[in-house]
Design a binder for this molecule. Sequence first.
Ligand code: TXA
Ligand code: MG
Length: 312
Amino acid sequence: MIYPPSSETIQLLSQKLLDHEIIALPTETVYGLAGLATSDQAIAEIYAQKKRPQFNPLIIHGSSLALLKSQVIWNSWAEKLAARFWPGPLTLVLPKNPASSLSLLALAGLETVAIRMPSHPLMQQVLNQVGLVAAPSANPSGLISPTCAQDVENAFEGRLPVLDGGAAEVGLESTIVDLSGKTPHLLRPGGIALEELEEVLGPILQGVPISIKSPGQLNSHYAPRCPLIMNVKERSEGAAYIAFGPDFPESCPGLFNLSPTGDLKEAASHLFARMREADQAGYSYIEVAPIPNEGLGLAINDRLKRAAAPRH
Ligand code: TXA
Ligand code: MG
């Protein structure tokens, strides 16, 4: 059921979290399926609802820097990145503080914790009431992430309370950086561009074997129903087409433009919604125009690659 935002609904939904129930909440990246971060009961329910492989750990969200810091062994890289990008679409992976009381189920047994301070004001209001929540994206595992309340309502067929916070502004998940080793590593491109992080930290490694460290990097993910093909310059007959930039007709059946002006930020914010529309437009497959691999284009291409990957 969708709850319009008000101080009453925020109170009611926060209480549900404190009672170990799970709810869907808006963030600036995508909607999250949230449970109290210390509650094994709530976390087990999140995994069950998402049908998520149990080895895939969750991001811990908080609105208080002190509370987030207290769960990990903080360091100077984290200090710099948090000062610049929090609250916002950036997740930091740090060694776990042995004194942390987070649900071990949420961490999937890892010795590191992924933490993030989201900027969506409604999410922050809930976090102010309840402390820390674990929240994966609010989609069944492997499918397209939700960028509005109705996406969540449809995916879980009305079974879960959803706080309506409008359309997600960023539209792609947070960037994940691993700061737990000798050098920073990019584990997942996302809402903050790699170039912006490198301005603060210097060079960041990527493309290392991370299959165990970030199991969310499963190959097939964000999958539409139809097969999806990337880097197609000219649309074929019988395909829905996801375009990018000014060289396309403004309106044409089966054509979905991520950004007619060629703006990668706008494209990122529309990606999942356009993928859903293309998937439902009645074509047998989806073609996607080439997207420049810079700035947020890195994260867009990452999501498209997974959507195009062979299904398991
Ligand atoms: O923008 C976001 O990050 C959204 C919103 C709801 O905050 N959340 C999100 O969560 O994308 P999820 O569960 O769909 O993706 C979390 C990713 C997974 O790929 C998981 O493997 C990785 O974070 N992760 C979590 N804890 C980790 C850890 N300790 N080390 C490495 N990767 C970790
Ligand atoms: Mg996800």
